[in-house]
Write a protein that binds this ligand. Structure first.
Ligand code: NDP
Length: 391
């Protein structure tokens, strides 16, 4: 019988919800491109309920306990005395989410003698030391596509929020004020702007598609070009690198994975090559942008705004400069954890567990590492010998 150790974020401060703002979720069977949404044999949760926090348990307890397995759920993940470290040595499976990552470092993987499977309930397994997972024959899987559209919607919201100066204007309204001039002195239209994405994969392309109706000029850079038909449909301008693209853009959105090529990409030099007053939105991974370079650029006016939901480390310490730098629209890491996304990644996590427990193959698109090497989606999107090991 297996021990499954699941690290989830804490319940709401007022306790686990007893009711919800809405009664149902739209039914979505397929993602853009045709991949089916998760297809577990069954689910023991109500789609639309809070599943990603400790009491939600990703809806897994009944399923696992009925089969005689042990499920341990905790949010306590930091330091050698954490529940995560105490439970890890005899765990067979670790489940964690990028929003509240249980960093599976090489040291932790070495101590986890029974560990065979690490599941990311979401997308982005850079909190797992993939080289160590390969060396210890640990399979790494994630729920590919489960929250790509959720993130794309968040990106569009943040672009509009920054350019329109929404958050300061909202604050003036809630504070009882009516000073229109203070609201609009930094407010522009997105229409006509040059908007570029670093990477046009699942999220980046969905952002481009969603922005097209705003009558903006769209740019992208990626390791591979999109099909010509897509470039023509969206009127895209391709650039061979981020360095070539960003000087043309009023808005840049980052949608690339964190790996050695992208770590620290937006440093003083690259940000300095952007148009003065450009906006930068990063929902990919924090370490793609140099923390202090972003802070400096906002204070100098080189950037007119920065927004995103990814930080390093997570949770960010209270004195992290991105909490207090000017002209920012940061949120905690939430874009991929809407209740809509949670229903998909809870179902996807269950699908992966069902396959693994039954000795059946895990869907190729969910695999990152398997049988001692990068596999499936991992062999396309990830690289080993990373310079960005999990903390
Ligand atoms: P995809 O794998 O679909 O797309 C990533 C794209 O990035 C690919 O087209 C890839 O090209 C391209 N790419 C890789 N390296 C570079 C580079 N150096 N320069 C330009 N392009 C590059 O991933 P998703 O769109 O689903 O997700 C992107 C990232 O977003 C994830 O890696 C994750 O870190 C983050 N994410 C954040 C979430 C959140 O909640 N904030 C939730 C989900 C994901 P190629 O195909 O040639 O390798």
């Amino acid at each position: 019988m297996a021990k499954i150790l699941c690290v989830l974020y804490d319940d709401p401060v007022d306790g686990y919800p007893t009711s919800y703002a809405r009664d149902d979720l739209p039914r979505i069977d397929h993602y853009p491109g045709g991949q089916s949404t998760p297809t577990p044999q069954g689910i023991d949760f109500t789609p639309g309920h809070l599943l990603g926090s400790v009491s939600g348990e990703l809806g897994l307890r009944r399923f696992l306990e009925q089969r005689g397995h042990t499920l341990v759920v905790t949010s306590d993940k930091e330091g050698p005395d954490s529940a995560f470290d105490r439970e890890l040595p005899d765990a067979d499976v670790v489940i964690s989410q990028p929003f509240w990552p249980a960093y599976l470092t090489a040291e932790r993987i070495a101590k986890a003698r029974n560990l065979k499977l690490a599941i990311t309930a979401g997308i982005g397994s850079d909190h797992v030391d993939l080289d160590a997972a390969i060396a210890h024959n640990v399979t790494v899987a994630e729920v590919t596509y489960c929250n790509s559209i959720s993130v794309a919607e968040h990106v569009v919201m943040m672009i509009l929020g920054l350019v329109r100066n929404y958050l300061p204007a909202h604050r003036i309204a809630t504070d009882g004020g009516w000073n229109i001039a203070d609201c609009v002195a930094r407010s522009y239209d997105v229409e006509g702007m040059q908007v570029g994405t670093v990477a046009a994969g699942r999220i980046g392309l969905a952002v481009l598609r969603r922005l097209k109706p705003f009558d903006v000029r769209l740019h992208y850079t990626d390791r591979h070009r999109l099909p010509r038909a897509v470039e023509e449909e969206l009127g895209l301008t391709f650039h061979a690198s981020a360095a070539e693209m960003v000087p043309h853009c009023d808005v840049v959105t980052v949608n690339a994975p964190l790996h050695p090529e992208t770590e620290g990409l937006f440093d003083d030099k690259l940000i300095g090559s952007m148009k003065r007053g450009a906006y930068l939105v990063n929902t990919a991974r924090a370490k793609i942008c140099d923390r202090d370079a972003v802070d400096r650029a906002l204070r100098s006016g080189q950037l007119a705004g920065y927004a995103g939901d990814v930080w390093y480390p997570q949770p960010a310490p209270p004195d992290h400069p991105w909490r207090t730098m000017p002209h920012q629209g940061m949120t905690p890491h939430i874009s991929g954890s809407s209740l809509s996304a949670q229903a998909r990644y809870a179902a996807g996590t269950r699908e992966i567990l069902e396959s693994w427990l039954d000795g059946a193959p895990i869907r190729d698109e969910y695999l990152i590492v398997d049988k001692g090497g990068l596999a499936g989606t991992g062999s396309h999107s990830y690289s080993t010998n990373t310079s960005t090991p999990a903390r």
